[in-house]
Design a protein around this ligand. Structure first.
Ligand SMILES: [Zn+2]
Length: 453
């Protein structure tokens, strides 16, 4: 794994590339992403042959643009693909025609609200050809002239030059636990020369992978699978080729548009009140945020992961909406390191609770001899926790998860982590006389009641 100075610096490496569905620059992007993923995560790129049926879809062809420009009949160049790949509609058909302005106009795209920008337009499936240009340029085009439209593009169906996605897996302490299954984190790599959508989600996901590799989840937790590729069709093609993974997927987060200066938003799972929703809700309770229904705009791969025949509970995290969306203004200038890292942190905290959550079962009788097991909490130091212990001990009947119990008795899940940091910073040993708190206490009593082999 290459070290990095900032997430923005990784983003800057692949930002300018023409990263459309299946393309040489998309391949390069997946290579760059892989170079920053943890060495232990077995980052793997899969290739699917173009036109292979994948569920009700088919794998797209590789798109190659040799040359593309629009000029007036007398050779005055208006836009050129060389200057910016957004100047052509993604997956434009080839064209070489002289047209009147009226014939040309249906093939021109601009953004009314941001007249200085070039918009990003794609026609992957209802294929046509087209050019994208600033509204300001469009307004100045002479209406009485003829235009020469040239797009020399190619759709490659050679199976060796297929459509690519990448995955990697970070395991908990001690290796995978097949019973616990996997949690999926996705970000997409397919928007040419745009930063927030979704290069931002990609680098936030890299940061998340690094954190979970450096400080693994506790033994017995879920493994975390990371996925990078083109939106929607990428996930469909991947799952259609890996259906055996579906029963092991226990939840997911789709990360996108995480770098602009906006509060975080999250979208519910399709189940709406799933444990993953509850944990996300809990985790964001003290942070200003927006909460939306499943598949509210902007909807993405959660519609595949949490969709028909898959239905793995999946939330989405983003900082949408933003005015620069799908234009040349979505660039590195609107990316903020603290926003990119902040989104990774939120996802990390949700995963740390969700992926290590389990249902403890009592094997003891009678109240637990707390001080005999180093679990006694001094009421002078933590009254609430001292009072909660009775209630905790009543909740190991195989109905509640560790997270539920902490919620029911009103304990902060993360108290424990803060106390541990404090103790470490004071350089004194942790002992039973120090207050312990949160679900960790629940977990410790639970372990006592149900020792794991
Ligand atoms: Zn988009």
């Amino acid at each position: 794994m290459k070290p990095y100075s900032s997430l923005k610096s990784i983003l800057a490496e692949f930002f300018p590339l023409h990263r459309t569905l299946a393309s040489d620059d998309h391949d390069k992007t997946l290579e760059i992403v892989g170079s920053y993923m943890p060495d232990s995560s077995n980052y793997t790129i899969e290739t699917y042959a173009p036109l292979t049926p994948v569920w009700t879809w088919k794998v797209p062809e590789r798109y190659v643009v040799h040359e593309a420009y629009l000029e007036t009949e007398d050779g005055e160049r208006i836009v050129d693909f060389k200057d910016n790949p957004l100047h052509i509609v993604s997956y434009s058909l080839p064209v070489d025609k002289v047209l009147s302005f009226d014939e040309l106009q249906p093939h021109l795209y601009f953004n009314e609200k941001r007249p200085h920008t070039v918009p990003w337009v794609f026609k992957y499936y209802e294929r046509d050809w087209g050019f994208c240009l600033p509204k300001n340029t469009f307004d100045k085009l002479p209406r009485d002239r003829k235009y020469h439209a040239v797009i020399r593009s190619e759709f490659v169906t050679d199976s060796a030059q297929g459509f690519k996605v990448a995955t990697a897996v970070v395991h908990p302490e001690g290796g995978p636990n097949p019973e616990a299954g996997e949690f999926l984190v996705q970000a997409h790599t397919c928007h040419p020369i745009q930063a927030n959508d979704d290069g931002a989600g990609v680098v936030s996901t890299i940061e998340l992978a690094r954190r979970l590799a450096e400080n693994p989840l506790p033994r017995g937790s879920m493994s975390i699978r990371f996925w990078f590729g083109p939106e929607t069709i990428g996930t469909i093609a991947w799952l259609a080729h890996n259906e055996s993974l579906i029963p092991n997927l226990r939840g997911g987060i789709f990360m996108e548009m995480t770098g602009n200066k906006n509060k975080i938003a999250w979208h519910h799972t399709r189940q709406h009140n799933h444990l993953l929703d509850q944990i996300t809700h809990y985790q964001l309770r003290n942070i200003e945020h927006e909460e939306r229904d499943f598949a509210a705009a902007p909807a993405n791969d959660e519609r595949v992961i949490n969709g028909p025949g898959v239905n793995v509970p999946c939330i989405s995290i983003n900082r949408w909406p933003y005015d620069e969306y799908h234009t040349t203004d979505d660039n590195l200038d609107i990316m903020h390191e603290n926003m990119l890292v902040g989104a990774a942190q939120i996802a990390e905290e949700i995963i740390r609770i969700y992926a290590s959550n389990y249902i403890p079962r009592r094997t003891f009788r009678g109240p637990v001899f707390l001080s005999g097991h180093g679990l006694w909490v001094d009421w002078r130091e933590n009254w609430a926790l001292n009072r909660a212990i009775e209630k905790i001990m009543m909740r190991f009947e195989g109905q509640h998860t560790v997270f539920d119990i902490a919620e029911q008795v009103g304990l902060d899940y993360w108290t424990r982590a803060r106390v541990r940091r404090k103790i470490q910073s004071e350089r004194i040993c942790e002992s039973a006389s120090h207050p312990i708190g949160g679900s960790d206490l629940v977990g410790q009593i639970a372990n006592l009641s149900h020792p794991k082999s």
